[in-house]
Write a protein that binds this ligand. Structure first.
Ligand code: PMP
Length: 361
């Protein structure tokens, strides 16, 4: 098969075709280098330029202020579930976790192993369909930090603006909506995200953290888990994922050509609107998330029965609409339509939905 199908996978996910084409063209020999990016030293001038360019692009796209560090780590977003509390949760302190879905729960589980944690709010009742209102959160003004998940990939629930946490450092898992919209980085102490949805292949984790946080890190941290070490070594303490960082640099260039994050956000919103309009147009499809917390990245919905859910997914797959099965923990259908997902694919899904309802409704 050489034709590309529509890939609705939640991650690893669709990448921009121009990125894949450039990577393919330069795979065997980077221009002027004569080797692939996977074969050169991570300490070479060429790679230095690649990692510096990637960081500069990210700084430009996200308007990252100078007092924030940009790190390219490994271990996925999942390792950040442990690194965050190991670095920033003191033995005599506690951290607040706000739960709007399955990934937040996983982050909480790891933090509990490290120290004191409080659940400032959990939206588990009703099956994680929305974010809490301000007065539904009981935030501790002395917490070491507040952790939240900006976009819950499994449930398709997104915070439209950051929770108001006063002076307490705000930590965010932004794995499934990073680079999909503009952000005010100043509101955050630390943001982390696995690359494999909106930034590149799996194997790189982006961490953006404010400089003053480094003073809170205890001595005797395991070296690889110590943010200070990665800051001091500019993400080159050990061998990073050179290929992943290179692809990220190409994705950033592609994003710049889309009009940056403001342009991307507009495209994302209009793609998501198409799909949510199709869901709202009929009772046959029922959206999972409350309207004002719907994710433009992961669109989750159900049909009138589990049997129809299954039939929908299998017929869609046969029509080259791939990866629509909802996560095993919530069922139903999930259409992940990240930055690089083409509008044509959303149009194809909407047409399929109408036809499926006509035949089965
Ligand atoms: N957080 C969120 C919001 C995610 O969507 C995922 C992956 N789907 C993770 C964390 C875990 O990421 P990783 O597999 O990179 O550890």
């Amino acid at each position: 098969m050489t034709e590309r199908i529509f890939n609705f996978s939640a991650g690893p996910a669709v990448l921009p075709v121009p990125v894949l084409e450039e990577a393919q063209r330069d795979m065997v020999s980077l221009p002027g280098v004569g080797m692939s990016v996977m074969e050169i030293s991570h300490r070479s001038k060429t790679f230095d330029e690649i990692i510096a360019r990637t960081e500069a692009s990210l700084r430009g796209l996200l308007k990252i202020p100078d007092n924030y560090h940009v790190l390219f780590l490994q271990g996925g977003a999942s390792l950040q579930f442990s690194m965050v509390p190991m670095n920033f949760l003191p033995a005599d302190g506690s951290a607040d976790y706000v739960l709007t879905g399955s990934w937040g729960k996983k982050a909480l589980k790891e933090a509990k192993k490290v120290g004191g944690v409080d659940v400032a709010a959990t939206m588990v009742d009703g099956g994680f369909t929305r974010c809490p209102l301000r007065d539904e959160m009981s935030l501790n003004p002395h917490a070491a930090y507040v952790h939240f998940t900006s976009n819950e990939t499994i449930e398709g629930v997104q915070w439209k603006r950051e929770p108001a946490v006063g002076d307490v450092p705000l930590v965010c898992d932004s794995s499934s909506d990073i680079l999909s919209r503009e952000l005010d980085i100043n509101k955050y102490a630390l943001i982390y995200a696995g690359a494999q949805k909106n930034m590149g292949p799996s194997g790189v984790t982006l961490v953006i953290l404010r400089d003053d946080l480094l003073q809170r890190i205890p001595e005797n941290m395991p070296t690889m888990l110590d943010y200070r070490v990665h800051v001091e070594n500019k993400s080159l303490y050990n061998t990073p994922n050179t290929w992943g960082i290179y692809i990220m640099s190409l994705v950033c260039k592609w994003l710049e050509n889309q009009g940056g994050l403001a342009g991307m956000e507009e495209l994302n919103d209009s793609k998501a609107q198409l799909l949510y309009d199709a869901i709202d147009a009929t009772d046959f499809y029922r959206g999972h998330a409350d309207m004002d917390c719907r994710s433009p990245m992961n669109v989750t919905f159900r049909l009138p029965s589990e049997e129809l859910d299954k039939k929908f997914v299998s017929e869609a797959t046969a029509q080259s609409l791939d990866g629509l099965k909802g996560h095993r923990s919530v069922g139903g259908v999930r259409a992940s339509i990240y930055n690089a997902f083409p509008r044509k694919g959303v149009e194809a899904l909407v047409a399929f939905m109408k036809d499926f309802e006509r035949r089965n409704g």
